[in-house]
Design a protein. Structure first.
Ligand code: NAP
Length: 365
């Protein structure tokens, strides 16, 4: 059976993959932009890769740049203004660093476009946190620039690479659960409403859609492909970002997906994929399930559990490293056309939900 799923499971992939950390070629010199929560988590996984060099980090502030550099052993650190106050933004100094090969961008969504663009214009490869940008128009421009300059660019959807997700695709492709009929997935957490925090602030591209929905969507996109129609509904905050959204996807073959993302509930955070013969359910969160329950027919059931090094980010970091070492400009597992198509879907979801960002009307891209 052939399902519409991502092209090309990484060839280094095995279900339990202790080899993710082993060098696959010339060491890659990394520059990390921002010192926030995910920058810290991903950098601690990056440090596990044998062929990763922690070269530079940038921050808006001197103290945070210096502390981050010291904690992880970065060779250089940059901050807004530089030592004499005249050096410009820290990230601009980092992208000009000749000893940096690849830039990992870990700022809020609203800064992704400008920083990724500056990195590409300075000849750097880029791994950019999700959402790649705020609008499809921004994504389209970045992708065109990366292709024109023949540089690697990838949206950091690490959940595509983790063993639990890749194994689910493998099981589905084997035909064990039959033809996929529907997908249900949810992800979120209860976050105190604070309009100034990046997940809530309109100026930062806040809201559940851009922050979370890529993960539940992954399960529909991976098993059924790009949907033929979308219905989106949301609960908005007073400032107009989605505190919760429900995406309902339909496919020409009759398959359906129901996806919920939320910032105000404690939910199961699981995915189910139901086929004509059986179903798969995640054990643990949709973005990195620690196991899968596979149920076929009425009385056959088993659970597979997965182990992985670090916090689960090493797989995407290995993929970036392997691609750049091999001279590839994009990953077959997280292709740029998928990032763009997902941003287009999110643009349409926002249109239906009534969520608008300043980026929707920007003219400088
Ligand atoms: N892959 C994942 O599992 C995962 C998980 C969480 C978040 N994310 C993504 O990672 C990104 C950052 O999220 P986060 O949770 O790490 O946020 P965070 O903890 O708020 O950190 C973001 C960092 O970006 C910098 N920053 C903040 N505001 C900025 C601004 N206006 N201009 C430039 N830089 C600014 C700050 O670093 P400095 O002070 O050092 O400049 C800040 O610490 C988002 O795209 C988010 O969707 C991914």
């Amino acid at each position: 059976m052939t399902i519409q799923r991502f092209v090309g499971r990484p060839d280094w992939y095995t279900t339990f993959n202790p080899e993710t950390l082993a060098a696959t070629g010339t060491p890659l010199r990394w520059g990390v932009v921002a010192t926030g929560s995910i920058a810290r988590t991903v950098t601690s996984d990056l440090a596990l890769l044998e062929d990763a060099v922690l070269q530079s980090v940038s921050s808006r502030g001197q103290a945070s740049a210096a502390a981050f550099a010291q904690d992880f052993g970065f060779a250089a650190h940059y901050f807004d203004g530089g030592p004499d106050g005249s050096a410009g933004a820290g990230y601009l100094q980092l992208v000009a660093d000749p000893d940096v090969d690849v830039v990992y961008i870990a700022t809020p969504h609203a800064q992704h476009y400008d920083i990724a663009r500056a990195a590409l214009e300075n000849g750097k490869h880029v791994l950019c946190e999700k959402a790649l940008t705020i609008t499809a128009a921004e994504a389209r421009t970045l992708i065109a620039l990366a292709r024109e300059k023949q540089l690697f660019l990838m949206e950091a959807v690490w959940a595509r690479f983790v063993p639990g997700f890749q194994r689910a695709l493998e099981i589905i492709e084997s035909g064990e659960i039959g033809e996929v009929q529907w997908v249900r997935a949810d992800l979120g957490f209860p976050a105190p409403l604070d309009d100034s925090a990046r997940i809530w602030a309109p100026a930062d591209g806040g809201g559940a859609l851009l922050d979370i929905s890529v993960y539940p969507l992954l399960w529909a996109w991976g098993t059924l492909g790009r949907p033929d129609s979308l219905h989106a509904a949301a609960k908005l905050t007073d400032l107009g970002v989605d505190a919760q959204n429900a995406l309902s996807l339909s496919y020409a073959n009759g398959a359906q997906a129901q996806l919920i993302s939320y910032l105000g509930a404690q939910g199961p955070r699981t995915a189910s994929v139901a086929g004509s013969l059986g179903y798969i359910e995640t054990v643990g969160s949709v973005n990195n399930p620690k196991g899968l329950k596979i149920s076929v027919g009425w009385d056959s059931e088993r659970t597979e559990m997965f182990e992985y090094p670090g916090r689960g980010y090493t797989y995407q970091l290995r993929e970036v490293t392997r691609c750049v070492q091999a001279g590839l400009t994009e990953s077959a597992t997280m292709p740029l056309d998928d990032s763009l198509a997902i941003m287009e879907l999110f643009d349409e979801a926002r249109r239906q939900m009534g969520v608008h960002y300043w980026n929707d009307t920007r003219t400088d891209i």
